[in-house]
Design a protein around this ligand. Structure first.
Ligand SMILES: Nc1ncnc2c1ncn2[C@@H]1O[C@H](COP(=O)(O)OP(=O)(O)OP(=O)(O)O)[C@@H](O)[C@H]1O
Length: 854
């Protein structure tokens, strides 16, 4: 940083303010620009593609500088904050024209990744959560809020791993935390791109703090919420009347889906693209408001555990499904509803303009239409719902009676307020009108007096009102009365004392009128603040209606059924179930439905079948149906009876966990461990090809041991897909394990996928057929077939007879254990395979050499 002593007073002020915001870009207002100086300018110019200039100072070193016009500041701020930086907006706090010394300046807002209110309509269904974490002896208090809507949630978590999971699930970009971090915690936050901000000093007397935290009883969650609100107040530097009363929650109050499970099952976004397309949200989202979209996402990530609550949601979906016209009427009205939750936030925030106020009243005027449709439906749940909704007619009327129907965006330049709202305003307007009329009259009189037919009265901002005469008529101008003011190429402009006198009257009336209009607007906005909690409640009720209608439309379009839920046993009975996403992607009618029937005598389905046959799809299908059912949605099946699961665990796919930086196999094992440690009888476990990340025998041994543990100790409903055909023999010793397989057949050497789940184990693995489908060179396929034949002939592809395999999981008899210096039979087989591979490679090399020689 440059030496402040060698700077101008303005730069001294800059350095002083910048010192308080070392980790933020300081946008320093100078006239119509926000300027960046020093390092901020160098870095900002690069990130924002600005021209880097220099400001000279008394010392020899010019100061790097880059500026952005004030009208466009939001775009630049959003770009930086989007990239994970903070921006301190420093404004001129007095009128530069009247300031005696350096204009007073101060930071009016610190915009950070977690407090950014994204105006991007494409992100309307994304919440932006700021999370606050505090550590105490028992664990961690965690609170989070979306500043744009004011919702606040708080909980207590025992382990940092649970904190990590919440941070990831919430897609938090900023965490307020004042404690120490271990290396691994820091590492996690870096990899997950979460910035850590220091807590601000909290003034506990602030009304927002006691309001938000009033229902929190646990010390740690309260502390986290106080810290959260304190940080919001300190960065936003204004009253935050829209912050809602914090809702305390337990992670186990919902169906627990870790972040990994959510992304493995592609609930909100496709694992491949990170986009909505191809996710469960994509299928279920037919909402028409941004609030509805956000609520649906919330429901998807937090499915319910209470039978009553699930049934209540199902009732609403059923009602809208049965009443097509009611649904259509509600949907039509919802299309006119803006983002009430965020509009409410802007009202509290004080940055709402007149057009947005009208969006609010327009949204409110849709409510009676919706309520009418619900009441007229004659369906109990819908009429009951309508009774709980307050349409806030008074607030709506206040806005529509005050504002003109099409006001300008700026609230400071008049043209906002209707006639008849305020007597004084009407008088100013009359004065303005009278003045203008006087001008028109004067124009006519002067034309007559001077005989200049094209004389006209005009106005511009520099000279005010004037009389304009074209050059051809200049000689007729009575210079005793007219005073020349401006010369144009083809005309002269004049003023008269009378004209100026009336001009003063008009302009004064105009200034007073715009000031008064602005004041009336502010009063209206402040008046509407009293409805904020009611508006938030209404927003939530409309969002829920939107989601119910969406779920009903999706059920109708895709032929879903209403699942029967039970919480007294874990039986699953799904007839003709489908994968909600895959069936939409495939051409109509080509999805093969499959049943799932798991009663008390079945905890584990061991699924075998060729690659690409549909094992993963079948497993995911069950998980998605279960999750959909617990959201309250109907499900893709002919019929479904389902238990209420408490947790879903997955070990699916081979994608490396980039965030934890672990290897594929390590991720596989930690996910498996998570399930083994935490699953209960009420959980659903999906294991896809566990063990394949390591050597065959290791993998198979682990897979077998895991199945056995799940069977003997956990008892969760489990789908376990494997390529280790040897494991199918476990059915003989594990009574609650049953083999199923995905059917495939071979015709003329070609593989036909049937995608049908059938009882019993698969007979072949067809790996080479699939490789053929993938287009591998024919030489590779030919050699692989040769090798397979040889291996089969030697019995190397199998571990031997079933009885021997099962012994693999029992303690080997002591006398049969290989002596330390004896070769291990498994290793011998492995060496055998290696020998054969090197034989083949040798053969290829020879063939290549022969070709070269030719
Ligand atoms: N029931 C079904 N009906 C129609 N097509 C299906 C069905 N199940 C799966 N498919 C199709 O088969 C493809 C492969 O399915 P999936 O990934 O589930 O196979 P897999 O057996 O798990 O394969 P791998 O063992 O290689 O992981 C899917 O992308 C889908 O297009």
């Amino acid at each position: 940083m440059a030496n402040a002593k060698s700077s101008t007073p303005m730069m001294e002020q800059y350095y002083e303010i910048k010192e308080q915001y070392p980790d933020a870009f300081l946008f320093y207002r100078v006239g119509d620009f926000y300027e960046l100086f020093e390092d901020d300018a160098v870095k900002g110019a690069q990130l924002l593609e600005l021209t880097l200039t220099h400001r000279s100072n008394k010392s020899k070193n010019p100061i790097p500088m880059a500026g952005v016009p004030h009208q466009a500041v939001d775009t630049y701020v959003n770009t930086l904050v989007d990239k994970g930086y903070k921006v301190a907006l420093c404004e001129q706090l007095e009128d530069p024209a009247t300031a005696k010394t350096t204009v007073k300046r101060g930071v009016i807002q610190l915009v950070t990744p977690g407090t950014m209110m994204n105006e991007n309509p494409n992100a309307a269904s994304d919440a932006n959560y700021l999370t606050s974490v505090v550590k105490d002896k028992q664990g961690f208090g965690l609170a989070y809020s979306d500043l744009s809507t004011g919702e606040v949630y708080a909980t207590h978590l025992k382990q940092f791993s649970a904190v990590e999971n919440e941070l990831l699930s919430l897609r938090t970009r900023e965490m307020v935390y004042g404690g120490d971090l271990t290396d691994s915690e820091r590492d996690f936050l870096n990899k997950a791109n979460i910035i850590v901000s220091q807590p601000a000093e909290v003034d506990e007397a602030r009304a927002e703090i006691s309001y938000v935290t009033q229902n929190l009883t646990r010390k740690s969650e309260k502390a986290a919420a106080v810290q959260l609100v304190g940080y919001l107040l300190a960065t936003q530097k204004r009253s935050l009347a829209h912050l809602q009363i914090a809702r305390s929650y337990e992670v186990n109050q919902y169906l627990q889906l870790s972040h990994t499970v959510q992304s493995n099952l592609e609930l909100e976004s496709s694992a491949k693209t990170g986009k909505k397309l191809g996710s469960l949200f994509w299928v279920l989202d037919k909402t028409h408001t941004a609030m509805g979209g956000r609520l649906l996402k919330q429901w998807i990530s937090r499915p319910l555990l209470s039978l009553n609550e699930i049934n209540a949601r199902q009732e609403m979906v059923q009602a809208f499904l049965d009443s097509y016209f009611v649904r259509e009427n509600v949907i039509d009205a919802l299309k006119g509803v803006y983002d009430l939750e965020r509009l409410t936030g802007r009202i509290a925030f004080g940055n709402v303009n007149a057009r947005e106020m009208l969006q609010l009243s327009k949204s409110l005027s849709a409510v009676p239409v919706i309520l009418q449709a619900l009441t007229d439906s004659g369906v109990d749940v819908l009429t009951d719902y309508a009774k709980q909704v307050d349409p806030l007619t008074e607030a709506c009327q206040k806005i529509t009676h005050t504002l003109v129907p099409d006001p300008p965006i700026l609230t400071t330049e008049g043209g906002l307020i209707q006639e008849g709202v305020d007597d004084q305003l009407d008088r100013y307007r009359e004065a303005m009108n009278n003045g203008k009329q006087w001008m028109a009259q004067m124009e006519a009189e002067e034309r007559q007096k001077t005989g200049i037919d094209n004389l006209k009265v005009g106005y511009n901002k520099v000279f005010g009102y004037y009389l304009q005469v074209t050059n051809g008529n200049k000689d007729k101008v009575p210079l005793d009365r007219y005073q020349r003011k401006q010369t144009l190429t083809n005309a002269e402009r004049y003023i008269t004392p009378e004209l100026k006198e009336h001009e003063n009257l008009i302009l004064e009336a105009q200034t007073r009128s715009t000031t008064l209009e602005h004041q009336i607007f502010i009063d209206l906005r402040d008046d509407i603040k009293q409805y904020i909690p009611a508006l938030q409640k209404l927003g939530n009720q409309l969002a829920a209606l939107d989601v119910y209608c969406s779920l009903a439309s999706v059920s109708e379009e895709n032929n879903y059924c209403r699942p029967q839920m039970h919480d007294d046993n874990q039986d699953i009975l799904i007839k003709a179930g489908r994968h909600p996403v895959v069936e939409k992607v495939l051409s109509a009618g080509s999805y093969i439905p499959n049943d799932v029937e798991m009663h008390e005598d079945t905890d584990i389905f061991l699924i075998t079948g060729p690659n690409m046959s549909g094992k993963s799809t079948y497993m995911r299908q069950l998980a998605l149906i279960a999750i959909m059912a617990q959201i309250g949605s109907f499900v893709p099946a002919d019929s479904a009876e389902l238990p209420i699961f408490d947790q879903v665990f997955t070990r699916i796919g081979a994608a490396d966990d980039l965030i934890s930086g672990q290897s594929t196999f390590m991720v596989e094992m930690s996910e498996a461990n998570d399930a083994l440690q935490h699953a209960t009888k009420r959980s659903l476990v999906l294991f896809d090809e566990i063990g394949r990340g390591t050597a065959t025998y290791d993998g198979m041994a682990l897979a077998g041991a895991i199945v056995k543990y799940l069977h003997d100790k956990v008892g969760a409903k489990t789908l376990f897909a494997t390529h280790y055909h040897e494991l199918t023999d476990l059915e003989e010793t594990l009574p609650k394990l049953h083999n199923i397989h995905v059917g495939a057949s071979e015709q003329d050497g070609k593989l036909i996928f049937l995608h049908k789940i059938l009882p019993g184990p698969a007979d072949q693995s067809y790996g080479i057929h699939v490789a053929q489908l993938a287009g591998l060179p024919s030489r590779v396929l030919r050699d692989a077939r040769k090798m397979l034949k040889r291996l089969e002939a030697q019995g190397a592809s199998s571990l031997g007879p079933a009885s021997q395999q099962l012994d693999l999981f029992a303690e080997p008899p002591a006398q049969e254990a290989p002596a330390a210096n004896e070769p291990d039979p498994l290793t011998e087989k492995g060496l055998d395979i290696l020998d054969q591979i090197s034989d083949l490679v040798g053969q290829w090399q020879q063939e290549l050499k022969d070709q070269d020689d030719e």
